[in-house]
Design a protein around this ligand. Structure first.
Ligand SMILES: Cc1ncc(COP(=O)(O)O)c(C=O)c1O
Length: 399
């Protein structure tokens, strides 16, 4: 057996082997998955903008006007009008002096963290931060202090011990696999007290939280105070790519020093035009955000009635913790057989022993179909012994 085959075998043995599934057609609340119609409950297209006609039209028109690609990195010859326009709009939306586009959220986190922390310094990172933050910490070559999830006292203890070497606190705004919100006010206060910068990843908060979907930082009234925000264009904004918002000086430093910005081709104009159209829709019709919140509450309530643990948070990300990776995937399969696609999440995405279904709600789901999905999840979970007993209250079932 080759070493490659051995590694694949080991993944299979541990219930961690992954394979791709195919979505046919556009991303919507219901899709054809490997040829079968399913309710999609694991997309980050939270506001349903990825397949909105105006967003698609904007991308198509931009392709005709500006072309398919930017042809080079921004600092060579790839800087075009759509980049400048979208950066200005994103900065204004988030309440910052400036924004800088990156190829993806993953790259933005690598770039921003490695600029804000360096060798000899300490970066403080929540234990449930996204993998791209973890990798950004590694790339920075700073020492990383991983504080217990949302535990500001543990963080403060670490900062004391770092004795002035602390340069950055970094956190998800909404935690990607748990759906809870970081204690941003306390983090900002702690950062201020210790003379440390604070960076918040708004990947799952933009379009979901705060006034008009401006995010968790805006919801906490901290727009100027958080030194740097990273947001993605690939989730609620329905496109692809990412941005960092900061003061002008820090923006200029990122532009000069963030390697994923400098050494990577600029995002393509159609992708930016799609994001700009989505942002316009979000600003002109913030009711989508309210709809998302109402749907999240409906799904959480219906799952709770089925005895499925969703105690954390109020957001559109709803974890159903199972524990074991194999059982998690079995639950996902059972649910799929019933026409509901909810992806199982396993290590290394979540800590060992905390595998789960990660259900995500969209503003374009119908409340009745969410209730029905919860009932089916309860049924499948009882079959597999993931929960015992019967539902606590009758749940309205859609036709
Ligand atoms: C919290 C968080 N940050 C960053 C990313 C990466 O963003 P992107 O998909 O744009 O690379 C993700 C998800 O993919 C995420 O969940």
């Amino acid at each position: 057996m080759t070493d490659v085959a051995e590694r694949l075998e080991e993944l299979r043995d541990r219930g961690l082997y992954r394979r791709l599934r195919l979505v046919e057609g556009r991303q919507g609340p219901r899709v054809l998955l490997d040829g079968r119609p399913v309710l999609l409950l694991c997309s980050n297209n939270y506001l349903g903008l990825a397949d909105h006609p105006e967003v698609r039209r904007a991308a198509a028109e931009a392709a005709m006007r500006w072309g398919a690609g930017a042809g080079a990195s921004r600092l060579i010859s790839g800087n075009m009008e759509p980049h400048r326009q979208l950066e200005e709009r994103l900065a204004a939306f988030k309440g910052y002096e400036a924004a800088l586009l990156f190829g993806s959220g993953y790259l933005a986190n690598l770039g921003a963290i490695s600029v804000l922390a360096g060798r000899g310094e300490v970066v403080f990172s929540d234990e449930l931060n996204h993998a791209s933050i973890i990798d950004g910490c590694r790339l920075s070559r700073a020492e990383t202090f991983v504080y217990r999830h949302a535990d500001v006292e543990h963080l403060a203890w670490g900062l004391e011990r770092a004795g002035g070497r602390g340069s950055l606190i970094v956190t998800d705004g909404v935690f990607s696999m748990d759906g809870d919100v970081a204690p941003l006010e306390a983090l900002a206060e702690t950062a201020r007290r210790h003379g440390c910068r604070l960076m918040v990843d708004e990947a799952h908060a933009t379009g979901a939280l705060g006034p008009g979907g401006r995010g968790a930082v805006a919801a906490a009234g901290l727009s100027g105070e958080v030194d740097l925000i990273v947001g993605t264009l690939g989730k609620a904004l329905g496109s692809y790519g990412a941005y960092a918002c900061a003061g002008r000086e820090l923006h200029d430093l990122l532009l000069n020093a963030a390697r994923p910005f400098i050494f990577s081709t600029a995002p393509p104009p159609p992708v930016l035009a799609a994001a700009a159209a989505a942002l316009e829709l979000l600003e002109s019709a913030p009711r989508r955000v309210e709809r998302l919140r109402a749907n999240a509450a409906a799904l959480r309530g219906a799952l709770a009635a089925e005895g499925l643990g969703v105690d954390r948070g109020e957001c559109q990300i709803v974890p159903v913790e199972v524990g074991d990776a194999g059982r998690t995937m079995a639950l996902s399969e059972r649910l799929l057989e019933r026409g509901v696609f909810a992806q199982g999440i396993r290590p290394p995405t979540v800590p060992e022993g905390s595998s789960r279904l990660r259900l995500t709600v969209m503003a374009t789901h119908r409340e009745a179909e969410l209730r029905r999905a919860a009932r089916l999840a309860g049924e499948a979970a009882r079959e597999l012994g993931v929960v015992a007993g019967s539902p606590s209250a009758p749940v309205a079932v859609a036709a």
